[in-house]
Unconditional design. Structure first.
Ligand SMILES: [Zn+2]
Length: 388
């Protein structure tokens, strides 16, 4: 019979693959696939057609029917560049009650537990199916999950309750804001600043668009939040400009200006509404620029988009996690996850995983052994539950 590894053994394996988002994750995916196969579980590998060095892997255990519990994790980790590490980031090192290593917290700890649970479920004779879904490119804007979810739905019976194991110290997190952002490139027309009225200054045309963001924030923060929005801090949609670049010299009207604007929307507010409102401003500024010089223009491209996770009324995934953890408090978080993407695709979704987000992305990232064991206990209960 094939060797059944402990969650810690599986974590050691997963961390040993340096699956930084820009690099390949195929060795990790192959390892997971062959481990599952050795236990009679059929792995499905979905290679990204646009990035042949990356793939998702998913699998189904139990009766071949709809309604599975889905354990969702991502395989990629953030880079270690420039970070002072005291240990090898790609070797799990145990010290002071903690497992150190890149991804131990975000989120190979959960991935290891989920792989362990799937194999346990295979031998336990579960009555309700269990699925595992491991994505890629989560850390670069959650772009790997949507095509993976589509691919899963083509080959597996559709699951119904998704547990996204991002670090939440095993609390049930039922909501996060949506996020999306735009790169805006203003193309002006260069002249000497002494005759600026004959040119188009890209920086000065950017100013009203950036000020529009200030105005939206001022309005949003004084409006009364909905009950759901009130759970968030701040309880309103934010519009933020985090980067700007442009211009050549103090006495030349700026030919180019680039800036990056991002929106963090509270549940209930639609991306389309905000996008339309922003584009209306852009088109108005552009029309004014073109009146001075017809070649002046504004190009806008989306640089990321993650749907929010809206707290569900009597959500199935939330109820399942609460019954296993005993956590009845309400929690929302400020970071985006794949949970909103599963919800958008018609699943009930909740976030619950071991570890604290405060340790994610840090040098000397760790998960406490206490948290890892809490995740293990959760998975044991989950498999037990699926037997009935
Ligand atoms: Zn993560």
């Amino acid at each position: 019979m094939a060797m059944r590894l402990s969650p810690k053994n599986i974590l050691d394996q997963l961390v040993s693959f340096p699956t930084v988002s820009r690099d390949t994750n195929l060795p990790l995916v192959d390892w997971v696939a062959s481990y599952l196969k050795s236990h009679g579980i059929e792995p499905h590998i979905w290679p990204d057609p646009d990035q042949p060095h990356k793939a998702a892997v998913f699998a189904h255990v139990g009766p071949w029917e709809e309604g599975a519990v889905v354990m969702s994790g991502h395989t990629d980790v953030v880079p270690i560049d420039g970070q002072p590490w005291d240990t090898d980031p790609f070797v799990v090192t145990e010290r002071d009650g903690k497992y150190f290593g890149r991804g131990t917290c975000d989120m190979k700890g959960f991935d290891a537990l989920a792989i362990w649970a799937l194999v346990e479920a295979q031998y336990a004779g579960i009555k309700r199916p269990l699925q595992l879904a491991l994505s890629f490119d989560e850390e670069v804007g959650c772009t790997g999950a949507p095509p993976m979810i589509q691919a899963m739905q083509k080959v597996l019976p559709k699951g119904s309750a998704v547990i996204v194991g991002e670090p939440s110290t095993m609390q049930a997190v039922t909501g996060h804001k949506g996020g999306f952002g735009y790169d805006t490139h203003i193309v002006g027309f260069e002249v000497h600043s002494s005759i600026m009225h004959t040119g188009v200054n890209a920086i000065m045309e950017a100013a009203p668009l950036i000020n529009w963001a200030n105005e939206q924030n001022a309005q949003n923060r004084t409006a009364k939040p909905t009950d759901i929005a009130a759970m968030f801090d701040p309880p309103w949609t934010t519009v933020h400009v985090g980067m700007i670049d442009g211009g050549t010299a103090h006495n030349i009207t700026a030919k180019d200006c680039w800036f990056m604007m991002d929106f963090r929307t509270v549940p209930g507010q639609q991306k389309a509404g905000w996008r339309d409102a922003y584009f209306e401003q852009v088109r108005a500024v552009e029309a004014r620029m073109k009146a001075v010089h017809p070649e002046a223009r504004i190009d806008v491209s989306e640089n990321f988009s993650i749907p929010g996770l809206a707290p569900e009324q009597d959500g199935e995934a939330e109820a399942l996690v609460r019954s296993l953890t005993g956590d009845n408090a309400s929690h929302v978080v400020s970071y985006g996850t794949e949970a909103g993407q599963f919800q958008e695709a018609g699943y009930s979704a909740v976030i619950c995983g071991p570890g604290d987000i405060a340790q994610a992305h840090q040098p000397n990232e760790f998960i406490t052994i206490e948290q890892f064991n809490a995740g293990h206990a959760f998975m044991e209960k989950l498999v037990e539950r699926l037997k009935n």
